[in-house]
Design a protein around this ligand. Structure first.
Ligand SMILES: Nc1ncnc2c1ncn2[C@@H]1O[C@H](COP(=O)(O)OP(=O)(O)OP(=O)(O)O)[C@@H](O)[C@H]1O
Ligand SMILES: [Mg+2]
Length: 241
């Protein structure tokens, strides 16, 4: 990857990012010029109405999608200058993803679901250790169907962090959960961020969740409309919705 313009002290450096989807005759402007920097260990919450471009931005940062224009640096490396195989290496080595639906393999236990990832990583955690971080040290041999929704999501988080990614990107991780269960999942994310120092970005529709963030970014119609440091960060257990 080329290394122009980057700064190793930043995790992400994003410059004038645009993304236009072409749907036949129609152009959808998902991102219309987004610039931001994300620092090491930051916990960022991304808010904004449906269709404002949150998932598009996260997918580009994670190397799952490419922008129409603009630049993205991961540390000193320009992702937007990387070829397909370099982007795949970036994703495998550095990025953990957590989505709304857990995508666990039903025929594998919690430990085996996590082990799938650790088998293809360089210096992974033991599956048992990753599951302990998310508070599931006593559910190692349970199958997904034997776990609650919140527990399944925590297995998905364990799977995402077991390869020790620098960045954890979460797209509506509590979207399918009630508030009590959602808070337990957020506690797992907060612990990963605090104990492992993983830079974490969380998309949510729930503005209350911004209370646990270091910083909140609001997207609106493909733009960043607000970007604010949280003056009084709160523990997930103190959040109510
Ligand atoms: N693969 C795609 N093809 C065409 N249009 C797309 C595609 N992905 C997203 N879009 C469009 O881009 C815009 C931004 O979508 P995006 O998924 O980023 O929004 P979002 O903020 O994540 O919304 P939500 O909160 O509903 O998940 C929307 O208008 C959406 O319809
Ligand atoms: Mg989305």
């Amino acid at each position: 990857m080329s290394t122009r313009d980057g700064d190793a002290n930043r995790v992400f450096h994003v410059v004038e990012l645009t993304k236009t989807y072409h749907m036949g005759e129609v152009e959808v402007h998902a991102l219309r010029g987004v610039s931001l920097d994300v620092g090491p260990g930051e916990l960022v919450v991304l808010l904004g109405p449906s269709g404002s471009g949150k998932s598009t931005l996260l997918n580009i940062l994670g190397g799952l999608d490419v922008p129409s224009s603009g630049k993205v640096f991961y540390g000193p490396e320009e992702l937007t200058a990387a070829d397909e195989s370099a982007l795949t290496r970036y994703r495998r080595k550095h990025v953990g993803f957590v989505f709304q639906f857990y995508n666990l393999i039903p025929s594998l236990t919690a430990r085996e679901n996590v082990a799938l990832v650790t088998e293809i990583s360089d210096a992974p955690m033991e599956p048992d250790e990753a599951l302990a971080v998310v508070g599931l040290g006593d559910r190692l041999d349970h199958f997904p169907a034997q776990l609650s929704g919140g527990q399944q999501q925590r297995v998905a988080i364990a799977r995402a962090i077991a390869k020790r990614p620098s960045v954890l990107l979460c797209d509506e991780p509590t979207g399918a959960l009630d508030s009590t269960t959602g808070i337990v999942v957020l506690e797992a994310l907060e612990r990963v961020n605090r104990e492992l120092g993983t830079t974490t970005m969380v998309i949510t529709h729930n503005a209350d969740i911004a209370g646990m963030a270091d910083r909140t970014i609001w997207l609106s119609d493909g733009h960043i409309s607000r970007d604010e440091v949280n003056p009084a960060k709160r523990a997930p257990s103190e959040l109510r919705w």
